[in-house]
Design a protein around this ligand. Structure first.
Ligand code: GUN
Length: 292
């Protein structure tokens, strides 16, 4: 029996849990607040920022959406971040990545109050993840992938897991999370310089694809029965579609679905979970800032 992992349904389960927690916080006079900052007008980033704002509203969270022009100067952005760091109604602050090229993203991330860094990108939170200290924040996409695997009852202890991609947003934190005590996977990180990628992938019990290349993972790289998590969200031209493009993952779904034991679709797999985990991190930030 092949399983198509339903990210929307699992995200709904997360929201049911969060609604209870949010109601509890509200009964204490606290409303979790999230600020999302977008610099420039990258269409994909705009869509993500809109989705995050919409979900905050649906859950009854305080939402601040800052849309700044592409010409925004580094100092201006730092000043905005500083203001949000000190805003008591805001518990989570996120600057949508990637910013325009003239912005020093690392400097912006360092300027975030790590207690409000719901993306888990600040060096203190990266260090906490590496150290297994769960008082920090873990990046939302890897956290969502782990939840999908747990909810699908995939056995992770001792499993061979191949992570494709080594980004700071997905690949690296994903590897750290999976090798943690309590998860206990054996992790291989594959990247553009890896030799014999197909061979490495065929040994995997679980493949997590996060390389940003449409249909990179083909059926011949997947062992029969392996679990495949597709993090990719790639826009490819599609004249037949109303928008002129469609979204495809890093996995060639149509061929891989015939071999995988379980697989996430795109859309409707990892995407909904990333937003759900952002909401969960915002609620966690609200609790921790108020020592609850
Ligand atoms: N761009 C793509 N994914 C993310 C994310 O999880 N957080 C931020 N801030 N930017 C992103």
């Amino acid at each position: 029996m092949r399983t198509i992992i339903d990210g929307r349904a699992i995200a709904e389960k997360v929201y049911t849990e969060l609604r209870g927690e949010i109601a509890d916080l509200k009964s204490r006079g606290l409303t979790p607040g999230l600020a999302v900052v977008l610099v420039g007008d990258n269409p994909a980033s705009r869509a993500y920022v809109r989705a995050k704002d919409k979900m905050c509203r649906e859950l009854g969270l305080h939402s601040v959406k800052l849309e700044l022009p592409a010409t925004t100067k580094q100092e201006e952005l730092l000043a905005r971040v500083d203001k949000l760091n000190h805003d008591p109604a805001v518990h989570g602050v996120l600057v949508q990545s990637p910013p325009p090229p003239h912005i020093d993203e690392v400097a912006i991330i360092r300027a975030l109050d790590p207690r409000k860094d719901v993306d888990g990108f600040h060096p203190l939170n990266v260090a906490k993840l590496a150290m297994g200290d769960n008082s920090g924040f873990v990046p939302c996409t890897p956290l969502g992938c782990l939840r999908l695997l747990r909810e699908t009852n995939v056995s992770l202890s001792g499993a061979n897991i191949v992570v494709l991609g080594r980004s700071m947003i997905v690949g690296k934190p994903m590897a750290l999370l999976l090798m943690q005590k309590g998860v206990d996977a054996t992790v291989t990180v594959v990247h553009s310089r890896t030799r014999n990628i197909g061979e490495v992938c065929r040994r995997a019990d679980v493949i997590i694809a996060a390389i940003g290349q449409p249909h990179f993972v083909k059926a011949d790289q997947v062992r029969e029965g392996a679990v495949v998590i597709d993090v990719g969200i790639n826009r490819v031209d599609d004249a037949g579609s109303e928008r002129g493009y469609r979204l495809v993952g890093d996995v060639d779904f149509d061929s891989v679905v015939k071999k995988a034991g379980a697989i996430t679709p795109v859309p409707g797999g990892v995407g909904p979970m990333t937003i759900a985990m952002l909401m969960a991190n915002t609620v966690k930030a609200c609790r921790m800032l108020n020592i609850l």
